[in-house]
Design a protein around this ligand. Structure first.
Ligand SMILES: C[S@@+](CC[C@H](N)C(=O)[O-])C[C@H]1O[C@@H](n2cnc3c(N)ncnc32)[C@H](O)[C@@H]1O
Length: 245
């Protein structure tokens, strides 16, 4: 049977340097944003309080790695992106999610790591996104995209804006989970049959999207709770078996 996925349980900053050079075909990921507030006190709060309405706060396990200030976030992103780039094959595409507050920091880190930043895709979260009385709704997140060196992917054009409600495709399994149809729509960034890397796998949505669309998946997740959820979701995907048994 085809070997299709593996999720490491641990810190991706320690794990990424162990990957073979030029072994993955795309980096598609959703790191902790270290966002969720204007002030240090806000940012240091738990992830449920930062990212969920009060009636949802007990639904999901908390997650770590989300309290860096902007200087710390820049340094950390530069480090993991540098190691991820080493594992990417020449020409491999990347797409990294971020919010408005950390967008300038992430785009600096991407370039500091040596990747070619080529554009930004907008995820329109629809009117299902959190309303803010008297101000614009927090309705957009962003996928910063580009490649390791010259662009090599061919194929039909991809949209530059994706409109999916946060719960599209079913209830999310993670405080900051991405909708499965959104992640599936991004999979053309990896050639069919190719290996997708997500060093912040969370509940495994990127992995599930990869398997559902005929790609393979290599992930890492630091939280034991979310690692278990992600492994369970991928194990339940019909056409799969484990990579690197
Ligand atoms: C925004 S969430 C990813 C959610 C995922 N896209 C989903 O749909 O479920 C980021 C994840 O990164 C994990 N994380 C934070 N720091 C990490 C690190 N250094 N190494 C590995 N995972 C880490 C957190 O535990 C969290 O689950």
């Amino acid at each position: 049977m085809l070997e299709t996925w593996h999720i490491h349980h641990g810190d991706s900053l320690l794990w990424l340097p162990t990957l073979p050079a030029e072994s993955v075909d795309a980096l598609i990921c959703d790191p902790p944003y270290s966002s969720g507030g204007q002030f240090r006190g806000d940012r240091m709060g738990g992830t449920a309080a930062k990212y969920l309405n009060s009636d949802q706060r007990t639904l999901y396990p908390e997650f770590g790695g989300d309290t860096r200030d902007q200087r710390g976030f820049f340094a950390w992103c530069t480090l993991w992106l540098t190691h991820a780039m080493h594992a990417m094959r020449p020409g491999a595409a990347f797409g990294v999610f971020i919010d408005w507050r950390q967008y300038p920091v992430l785009t600096d880190a991407i370039q500091a790591a040596g990747l070619n930043w080529r554009g930004t895709v907008v995820w329109d979260k629809t009117e299902g996104a959190r309303p803010q009385p008297g101000r614009p709704r927090a309705q957009a997140e962003f996928l910063v995209w580009g490649s390791k060196g010259p662009w090599t992917l061919a194929g039909p054009p991809m949209p530059g804006v994706f409109r999916f409600a946060p719960m599209a495709g079913g209830a999310k399994q993670h405080i900051a989970g991405k909708p499965l149809p959104l992640m599936e729509a991004l999979m053309p960034l990896c050639p069919e049959g190719g290996l997708v890397l997500d060093p912040f796998a969370g509940s495994g949505t990127t992995g599930l999207a990869a398997l559902n669309t005929g790609r393979r998946f290599l992930g890492c997740e630091m939280s034991a709770d979310y690692h278990a959820i992600a492994c369970r979701r991928l194990a339940e995907q019909p056409a799969q078996t484990k990579l690197f048994a």
